[in-house]
Design a protein around this ligand. Structure first.
Ligand code: ACO
Length: 332
């Protein structure tokens, strides 16, 4: 990484976005039919009413997180007009990495056909993308990086217990990416990250690998109601806090892009912030909860369908296992 000296204030700015969904789109009804074959009962009505989810995408058995990250990253690079060789920092946010190590970011670097730049993963579950964006913003502002590729990529289908209807209907696979570059114009206005480890148990995949075996459960476990209550409270608080840091108010927001877990949590957050629901970007209906991929996926969809325009003020918010949460306020 080669720092560039500047006399003006240095910010980071999104230069381009991209995303990718695996081909297998599974509707609620198709999932209910699959589950019924194993004696697990659910319905399209139940899933839509409680979550707003209508479909999700599942990766093929041989598709890894870096396989999904690659086309998302390539689309973001193309939108930014940047060659992969120009990137000097790669951060992948994921809780479903290709392997124990090397990092999924290194796997992505290899697939992009470049080498030499810093590459590492961030593990903050569904807050991962906001965490990664905040780290990249700090590195760019400090001069430690000039052009960063930040990707959220997940294959949550790998850690779902398809015998547990309380969790397996909620999640999907996918990837979203942004290219962040140094700029004399803001850019990212403020970020804030939090974790409260008193709640490690409400959402976890507690298994680990030891002695050639998986020790503990390799499946996602969640106390849905506890997560729901925690999420609504922290999402409002952190949004207000980053607005205050930037000297803005809710009235200045053009778009709210919260973690796409459940439409009721998302609408509840928008209402607490007194935002018109038209300002809420929601893709949970089509993507399900894709954990660290959910925010950049929703961002890219809204950029590409023209809802988000250059100069708009965006609030990105993550919340998830750990318990972690955070927000990034930015001018697109
Ligand atoms: N299909 C049909 N019935 C179901 C299903 C299902 N898929 N899942 C649960 N039920 C049943 C339960 O067994 C229960 O039946 P009972 O009353 O006979 O016992 C009934 O539905 C109600 O169950 P609850 O758990 O009370 O349902 P709730 O209204 O709380 O909704 C949900 C559950 C959707 C998980 C909700 O709690 C929620 O959205 N929580 C937040 C989850 C979340 O956002 N997680 C992700 C955030 S962090 C991250 O992204 C990793």
């Amino acid at each position: 990484m080669s720092p560039i000296a500047t006399s003006t204030t240095r910010y980071s700015r999104i230069l381009g976005t991209g995303s990718f969904l695996p081909a297998d789109r599974v509707t609620n009804q198709a999932l209910a039919d699959r589950l019924a074959a194993d004696g697990v009962e659910t319905s399209d009505d139940w899933i839509v009413e409680r979550t707003g989810i209508r479909a999700r995408h599942f990766a093929a058995p041989d598709q890894t997180a870096s396989d999904l990250a690659l086309p998302a990253a390539q689309a973001a690079l193309e939108a930014a007009g940047i060659a992969a060789e120009e990137i000097d920092l790669i951060i992948v946010a994921t809780s479903t990495p290709d392997m124990v190590f090397p990092s999924t970011a290194c796997m992505l670097q290899k697939k992009l056909g470049v080498h030499g730049c810093a590459a590492f993963d961030v593990q903050a579950v569904c807050s991962g993308f906001v965490y990664a964006l905040s780290v990249a913003d700090s590195m760019i502002k400090s001069g430690a990086a000039n052009k960063a590729l930040i990707v959220g990529a997940e294959v949550f289908s790998r850690i779902l217990d398809f015998k547990d209807r309380t969790t397996c209907v909620l999640f999907g696979d996918g990837a979203g990416a942004v290219v962040l570059g140094a700029s004399s114009e803001p850019g990212i206005l403020a970020t804030e990250l939090h974790a409260d480890s008193r709640h490690v148990d409400v959402l976890c995949t507690p298994g680990t690998v030891a002695g050639g075996q998986v020790l503990g459960s390799p499946f996602l476990k969640m106390d849905g109601q506890a997560v729901f209550k925690l999420a609504v409270g922290v999402l409002e608080k952190v949004a207000r806090s980053v607005l205050e840091k930037a000297g803005l108010t809710e009235a200045d927001l053009d778009w709210l892009i919260p973690h796409q877990a459940n439409i009721r949590i998302m609408q509840g957050t928008a209402k607490k912030l007194k935002l018109d629901l038209n300002k809420l970007i929601a893709t949970v209906d089509e993507h399900g909860n894709t954990s660290a991929a959910s925010v950049p996926l929703a961002l890219d969809v809204a950029v590409r369908n023209g809802r988000i325009q250059r100069g708009d003020t965006l609030m990105l918010e993550g919340v998830g296992g750990g318990f972690t949460w955070g927000a990034a306020l930015l001018k697109y």
